[in-house]
Design a protein. Structure first.
Length: 329
């Protein structure tokens, strides 16, 4: 039986991944870790939880040894907008944290999942249909840590035979846990504001095109990639994956199909706009489709319908979105 460890388990991806892995592999076989205590009782009580700082290598190895871990999903990271306001912290957590996890994974012969991002690309990357293998010269600290992360994961695979795999995530949309500190967060905030107030003030330009994905597809992507036949993988770190592509104006039109009175205005934040402008309009994810069968289920229409339905229930029920949506599964 596999024993898994998730870092950043209280975060946007980690909370849903932990729950999905526990359903698949058994509650006791998935160790959730974070520097924050989960407020979601189910996440905290359904399986093992450890306080773990990814900057503490000794504690990491103790936890890995104690739980006999063989697979690590390393999700603890600082996102793009927070990274620009605190570059030093972004470097510490995103680079030193990854290095500590790779070293522990090497020592205990674990497989490791690393989430890269569209942020690994930069202004000189081809913007449309961005190829799998292309120019990667990001000009944000977040992007620098993502490119370096991809390279060091590949290095550990080549040099030490470590089974490191990863994807380049686009913006992720979820009704369970809200993101924090990202450039693509508007695509989640807009749903909360549409339901609560019928209007949204967007910090990106109306025509700013970015790749996006609904969280259930992101969870499947991580699990499927880690379970994929290694002999079929030509690439490892990291695969372009996308599910849909839209601008704030297009998303607002889609929401209006469900909430006709919804209005949007634009109050552009120059820092986040500059970050978004340096990222691809849309990526080519054919390598992921060919090498491990990547295929998303949710397009813009399906995601919007599901998101509005689930989030409305959670908000009207007066529960946190996290607690409510977990019960609904
Ligand atoms: C961010 O906006 O920083 C993240 C990402 C695209 O990596 N959501």
């Amino acid at each position: 039986m596999k024993k898994m460890l998730v870092t950043g388990a209280v975060g946007q991806i980690g909370s849903e991944l932990t729950s999905a892995l526990r359903q698949r592999h058994g509650d006791e076989n998935v160790v959730a870790t974070d520097i924050r205590m989960p407020t979601d009782v189910e996440l905290r009580d359904s399986g093992p939880f450890e306080f773990l700082d990814v900057l503490d290598p000794h504690h990491i190895t103790r936890v890995m040894q104690m739980h006999e871990i063989d697979t690590v999903y390393h999700l603890a990271a600082v996102l793009s907008a927070t990274g620009e306001s605190r570059p030093n912290i972004a470097w510490q957590i995103n680079m030193n944290g990854l290095y500590n996890m790779l070293e522990a994974a090497r020592q205990y012969k674990c497989a490791l999942f690393f989430p890269s991002s569209i942020g690994a690309f930069g202004p000189s990357t081809p913007k449309d249909n961005t190829p799998q293998d292309t120019i990667m010269r990001p000009d944000t600290i977040y992007g620098v840590t993502k490119v370096a992360g991809e390279l060091i994961c590949n290095y550990y695979h080549k040099r030490f035979g470590l089974d490191a795999r990863g994807v380049r995530f686009p913006g992720l949309i979820s009704y369970v846990t809200e993101p924090g500190g990202g450039t693509t967060d508007y695509a989640v905030e807009i749903f909360h504001e549409a339901i609560k107030h019928g209007s949204y003030s967007c910090y990106l330009r109306d025509d700013c095109s970015l790749d996006m994905m609904y969280m259930p597809d992101a969870i499947h992507a991580m699990i499927n990639l880690m379970e994929a036949d290694a002999s079929k993988l030509i690439h490892r770190n990291s695969f372009n994956i996308t599910a849909m592509n839209f601008t704030p104006a297009i998303l607002a039109e889609e929401i209006k199909k469900h909430i006709p009175e919804f209005t949007i205005e634009y109050n552009v934040d120059p820092v986040r706009q500059e970050i978004a402008d340096s990222w691809p309009n849309y990526m080519d994810d054919s390598a992921a489709r060919a090498e491990w069968g990547w295929k998303p289920k949710y397009d813009l229409a399906a995601m919007t319908t599901d998101m509005l339905e689930k989030l409305t229930v959670a908000i009207e029920g007066g529960e946190t979105s996290t607690a409510k949506s977990r019960k609904d599964r």
